[in-house]
Design a protein around this ligand. Structure first.
Ligand SMILES: Nc1nc2c(ncn2[C@@H]2O[C@H](COP(=O)(O)OP(=O)(O)OP(=O)(O)O)[C@@H](O)[C@H]2O)c(=O)[nH]1
Length: 524
């Protein structure tokens, strides 16, 4: 699978990773070779151009992390760009609809439609424990109906009984009714293929679609036909509208042109790929795994990821030291806000902590949303370097300028400054408190959480991870966490630890006076 392309690319990157330093010209030369390799692999021209342009732009501006070479960095950038081009995330078949969920299979003759229909049926039955009915709508080639019936028997999947003389639309309606009556979860309709895309074929498929309202319309396309497969997908999508693609004969595809261009050209995800004639030769299409296969440099990608993670840890340790000394300036505050954004905002952080689900709605109701975080970052960014380091220098005039620059009010600036002061104070105070974050959390949890889950049950490793990812933890886990720890996060507990346990603490979030947050519930 993709061997030819893989060989070419690994040749190019082997050369690159062996060099100590890289000039812009070196990267340019490598990109020219990558471009040639992709074109030879039959990747669409536009896709190749946009790919190499993006890689070049990212490579030239990239910061090379410690302990990797610039060449390794480029490999990682190419990998990430490949993943993006392939669609970023796996998109499995969607069955979230009222049963029986209709799936319509479309494609050219010989693309592997019938084989794929039975492969999907078998997988839904065996892996997802679904009751599946298959029906062939191929009225022109009776052998096609027989073929599906035999495949069904081989795999223990039911097929709709064959009734001679019915039209495709009649068979489709009969299949939906039979599936309803028979209590099936899924009904897969295998339409007739044609040698080329023609109007008759499209009209029939459009009518079947209108009558059966399929939840998924999957185009089956032969990877070996390269750009023709991509053009077929585009034609079907334009006329019928497809929800995804199944690429077949990927097992014999050394070049990978169809796989690589499909998503970028059609905008539709490849959901599955056929990797052999056998009825279980079907795989999910995982963009990152495919990129690994194509590049064949998984070890380098992992190395760069690890090095980058270490950089984050170093940064966190530095931050911890600063906090201990009570040196917590507005840049640090903005840094923490950005870390929060990286983790998916407040909701993301809550999602990482077991048992915190219930609190999400409380927080949302309090107006603590991600727009607020963005606004706070904007305020800090509108200040000068000196102001960020020493907020006390901000006078009324400058505050007005900062407010104008960040699209906020002077009162928002004041609230942010107050938050920063409270946080810095608390960090200093907590630096003296024994036990750091653990002690702090212990205090919070001790108060009883009014129906909330017992937070002392939270896995310390999880807390550790959350804190570290938020840029709040030093190496060595919770023990090494900076004073202030989680409490030091914006939206933490300035002004001392609240009574009433964690529930009480979070309930008080709106009372923090964060810009734009409104009043929130009154203190009891
Ligand atoms: N190697 C390989 N062969 C496949 C794959 N998928 C299908 N085939 C083979 O391709 C041939 C054609 O497959 P069919 O399923 O009959 O094709 P179809 O699109 O239904 O054809 P029509 O019914 O004529 O429209 C069969 O011999 C299959 O075994 C695959 O992923 N890999």
């Amino acid at each position: 699978m993709f061997e030819t392309l893989s060989d070419r690319l690994s040749g190019i990157f082997d050369k690159l990773t062996r060099r100590g330093a890289l000039s812009e010209a070196d990267v340019g030369e490598a990109m020219r070779e990558v471009r040639r390799a992709l074109l030879e692999a039959d990747v669409a021209l536009d896709v190749v151009k946009s790919f190499t342009d993006k890689v070049r732009a990212r490579a030239v501006g990239a910061e090379v992390v410690k302990s990797v070479t610039p060449g390794q960095m480029v490999v990682k950038i190419v990998h990430d760009q490949l993943v993006e081009m392939l669609g970023s995330e796996a998109k499995p078949i969607d069955l979230h609809a009222v049963a029986p969920v209709p799936i319509l299979m479309v494609g050219l003759q010989g693309s592997g439609k019938t084989t794929t229909t039975s492969k999907i049926a078998r997988r839904l039955k065996e892996r997802d424990r679904k009751k599946v009915l298959m029906a062939s709508l191929d009225t022109r080639r009776p052998a096609a109906m027989e073929q599906l019936k035999i495949l069904g028997e081989q795999n223990g999947v039911d097929t709709l009984p064959i009734v001679a003389g019915q039209s495709a639309v009649q068979i489709a309606n009969r299949a939906i009714n039979a599936a309803k009556l028979g209590g099936y979860d899924v009904v897969i309709l295998d339409t007739a293929g044609r040698v080329t895309v023609d109007e008759g074929l499209m009209d029939e498929v459009v009518e079947v679609k209108r009558q059966t309202n399929p939840h998924e319309i999957l185009l089956v396309a032969d990877a070996l036909t390269g750009q023709d497969a991509v053009n077929t997908a585009r034609a079907f999508d334009g006329r019928v509208g497809i929800t995804g693609i199944v690429l077949t004969r990927v097992d014999g595809d050394g070049r990978g042109g169809a796989a690589l261009s499909m998503r970028a050209v059609t905008g539709k995800p490849i959901k599955l790929m056929g990797v052999g004639e056998k009825s279980d030769a079907l795989e999910d299409f995982h963009p990152s795994r495919i990129a690994d296969r194509i590049l064949g440099m998984g070890d380098i990608v992992a190395l760069v990821e690890k090095a980058a993670a270490n950089i984050d840890a170093e940064k966190a340790a530095k931050m911890a030291k600063k906090m201990q000394k009570g040196e917590f300036d507005l840049d640090d505050l903005a840094d923490q806000l950005r870390q929060m954004q990286k983790l998916g905002g407040m909701n993301g952080i809550m999602g990482l902590m077991p048992g915190m689900g219930k609190m999400k709605s409380q927080i949302a109701a309090a107006g603590f949303d991600d727009r607020l975080i963005k606004r706070q970052i904007a305020i800090v960014q509108s200040m000068t370097k000196v102001e960020r380091a020493k907020p006390a220098v901000l006078d009324a005039k400058r505050k007005r300028r900062v407010a104008a620059g960040s699209g906020t009010d002077v009162s928002d600036i004041n609230k942010l400054l107050k938050l920063h002061r409270q946080m810095a104070d608390m960090m200093k105070k907590m630096g003296k408190q024994k036990g750091g974050l653990m002690g702090a959390l212990g205090g919070m949890m001790g108060g009883g959480a009014g129906g909330l889950p017992d937070m002392s049950q939270v896995d310390p490793a999880t807390l550790d991870r959350v804190a570290r990812e938020a840029g709040l933890g030093g190496p060595g886990g919770l023990k090494g966490l900076p004073p202030g720890g989680l409490g030091g996060m914006p939206g933490g507990m300035p002004g001392g630890l609240p009574r009433g346990g964690l529930g009480g603490a979070l309930g008080r979030l709106p009372g923090l006076g964060l810009p734009g947050m409104g009043k929130g519930p009154k203190k009891k």
